[in-house]
Design a protein around this ligand. Structure first.
Ligand SMILES: N[C@@H](CCC(=O)N[C@@H](CS)C(=O)NCC(=O)O)C(=O)O
Length: 250
């Protein structure tokens, strides 16, 4: 299998986590933003631009949730959707967390002078694309601001939206359950932890995230604030205990 990615993407991270846990081997084909669209649009015949896209033989599966469903049906990864409400929660977090943690943290990091070239210069990106980054970074940044609506008012609304979801998760975990749907890890946990990662910056993420110590004092204080919440602690625990867990048959 081949996974087409923008490597740092948190939706990509959700899929990498599931593939790792399922012990399914794959290669990652990673691109810088902009160039990624040539590849994703080509594979999906113009239907889908975003990453991740999974290529499995002659099957092309765009969208992280559809990819997890594919791993369940084709590769027997029943653990992903064993709890009845796992899919509903995954879709909820895809909507209420994914776009919002991303917009909020980019606003913070842009304010602290983040280097866009550095963020996307991941190990898996081909050298020729990395070499282009210093030249195209300003264009990428403009595209991000436009496509993700990264501006202070929208970022503030996004903060309110994902903080509500953090409260929702804290309420759910209050009865002492180890995972969001009870006793077993599911797609709901992967989605919540991976999509919250931009504001938690956990160790063990499947790409190089900014170091909180380099993020500037304001951004660093924000990360520490979210890490200290019950939902933040849950994300850190899942990364510590589950993200790198050796795969076995589930
Ligand atoms: N619903 C999609 C969202 C994927 C998504 O938003 N991907 C972003 C990276 S985090 C992307 O590739 N953006 C570039 C684009 O849309 O062209 C999924 O679950 O896979």
């Amino acid at each position: 299998m081949k996974l087409v990615t923008i490597s740092i993407s948190h939706y990509v991270e959700k899929v990498k986590w599931a593939l790792h846990r399922a012990a399914l081997s794959y290669t990652e084909e990673s691109h810088i933003p902009g160039l990624h669209a040539l590849i994703t649009l080509w594979h999906t015949q113009g239907r889908h631009r975003a990453t991740p896209v999974l290529i499995d033989g002659d099957q092309v599966i765009p969208d992280s949730t559809a990819i997890l469903a594919h791993l369940t049906t084709k590769y027997g990864q029943k653990w992903l959707y064993a709890p009845a409400d796992a899919l509903e929660l995954e879709e909820r977090f895809d909507r209420n967390i994914g776009p919002h943690t991303r917009r909020f943290i980019y606003q913070q990091l842009f304010d602290s002078g983040l280097s866009v070239a550095d963020i996307f210069a991941q190990d898996v990106v081909p050298a020729w694309q990395k070499a282009l980054l210093p030249l195209v970074a300003p264009v990428i940044k403009e595209g991000m601001i436009r496509d993700m609506a990264i501006h202070p008012l929208a970022a503030e609304n996004s903060r309110i939206t994902f903080e509500k979801e953090f409260e929702f998760v804290a309420d759910r975990l209050r009865d002492g359950r180890p995972y969001l749907c009870g006793d077993q890890l599911s797609a709901a946990d992967l989605a919540f932890a991976a999509l919250s990662a931009p504001v938690i910056l956990p160790k063990g993420y499947g790409a190089r995230l900014p170091d909180p110590d380099d993020a500037g004092p304001e951004a660093k204080a924000v990360i520490e604030k979210y890490r200290a919440t019950p939902a933040g602690q849950f994300v850190l625990r899942l990364y510590r205990e589950e993200r790198q867990k050796p795969a076995k048959n589930y």
